[in-house]
Design a protein around this ligand. Structure first.
Ligand code: NAD
Ligand code: DAU
Length: 357
């Protein structure tokens, strides 16, 4: 049976990769994207689908209960894939209130709306509410700790991760209280095409192309577990089609790398693939700056539950995923140049001169 998906945040980085992935693999399904087009949302990311009769885009806020109620009814939604969020840790340190509004109140609004709709339809068991979350809710690991499992206690350390933890608890509670068929996924750091240049990988890549300093926080020894976004999309496909409601699945890339080693690798690949770099070798641009407040030391995901129960595993290595990603930025300067607005420069100034310098 074909699905009718409501994809929240579908104009953002992971959401748009997911929508494009879903059409390639399930062209018969209907997708309605609901996105507020904040600084992080970009309709260009969905340009290939604009004329597809199975696709529509609604510009709106997930906190708007009336809008969500109407959309569920009108589009006969069977599945919500919920990506919409404020997603950047540094912005949550500067302006936490937007994170509470969208991540907590917005998720609550969607859950309430979906609960009433699902109950009115006599609780179809195949309906799904997929809540896309993060490994940051588990807090920070020391170097010798085992990776996060689905049973690791929550210990969020930033306003961002605390707001995501709150939304996870709501999704969990709606299953336990109402049996609403929710599934939670907690994934590690994604990277790939359409990634907004506030996050480490696109920021380093674009600064190399512009000959600007590469700001590494603290001593550069923090570790992240990098997940190529296409691998994340294939995991979400498996979870939506085979996952059990009420369950949580961790999704990781099995690719733990220290920040400074990742930045050195980015420099090395960019020196190979990008023509006419203003500064070469580009690692001359590396600049250590003041650390992020409350900076989590290490994230690492144990995704053996997803591997054993649903048969998924990531395909990309950091090197293979990075090569594709960096090549995409080199080939698509018009995409990222259009994002370097006055607002972006203001944000950059705030983070890199006020907080992290
Ligand atoms: P993003 O910031 O690139 O995109 C977020 C999207 O949500 C944007 O299109 C934005 O316009 C939209 N949005 C924001 N507020 C909204 C609102 N109130 N109503 C409707 N739309 C709104 O984020 P991303 O990196 O694609 O992350 C997607 C999801 O995955 C988030 O829930 C995030 O917490 C989670 N996640 C991200 C990563 C990562 O590495 N990027 C890792 C783990 C989990
Ligand atoms: O782990 C999943 C999380 O990954 C997601 O939930 C978040 O939405 C996503 O933004 C990401 O969070 P991080 O804070 O880990 O990602 P970011 O790209 O901001 O930073 C990655 C690492 O690089 C982190 O240790 C901070 C460091 N860093 C980041 C920037 C932007 C720098 O050293 N310099 C920088 O300029």
């Amino acid at each position: 049976m074909s699905k009718h998906l409501l994809v929240t945040g579908g104009a953002g980085f992971i959401g748009s990769n997911f929508v494009n992935y879903w059409y390639e693999n399930h062209p018969q399904d209907k997708i309605i994207v609901l996105d507020a087009l904040t600084y992080a949302g970009n309709r260009q990311n969905l340009i290939n689908l604009e004329n597809n009769p199975n696709f529509s885009f609604i510009h709106g806020d997930i906190c708007d209960r009336q809008l969500v109620d109407n959309l569920l009814e009108k589009e006969k939604i069977t599945t919500i894939a919920h990506f919409a969020a404020e997603s950047h840790v540094d912005r949550s340190i500067l302006t936490p209130s937007a994170f509470i509004q969208t991540n907590v109140i917005g998720t609550f609004t969607l859950l309430e709306s979906f609960r009433h709709y699902w109950q009115k339809k006599n609780q179809p068991p195949e309906y799904r509410f997929l809540h896309v979350s993060t490994d940051e809710v588990y807090g920070s690991l020391d170097i010798n700790d085992p990776p996060f499992t689905e049973n690791t206690p929550y210990a969020p350390n930033s306003p961002y991760s605390a707001s995501k933890a709150g939304s996870d608890h709501l999704a969990r509670a709606y299953y336990h209280t109402y049996k609403l068929p929710t599934i939670i996924t907690n994934c590690s750091n994604n990277y790939g095409a359409y990634h907004f240049p506030e996050k480490l990988i696109p920021l380093m890549c674009i600064n190399i192309l512009l000959g600007k300093p590469l700001p590494v926080y603290g001593d550069g020894q923090n570790i992240r577990d990098w997940l190529y976004v296409q691998d994340h999309c294939s995991a979400l496909d498996v979870v939506l089609n085979k996952g059990k409601s009420g369950e949580t699945y961790n999704i990781g890339g099995n690719n733990e790398v220290k920040n400074i080693d990742l930045v050195q690798l980015i420099c090395q690949i960019m020196d190979e693939i990008a023509p006419n770099l203003p500064i070469k070798p580009s690692n001359e641009l590396i600049t250590y700056v003041k650390d992020r407040a409350g900076h989590d030391h290490r994230y690492a995901i144990d995704s053996s539950k997803l591997q054993k129960e649903l048969g998924w595993k990531p395909k990309a290595t950091v090197e293979s995923g990075l090569r594709k990603t960096l090549q995409w930025y080199v080939d698509n300067p018009q995409w990222w140049q259009s994002l370097l607005s006055a607002d972006y420069q203001k944000y950059y100034q705030q983070v890199y001169t006020t907080i992290n310098s």
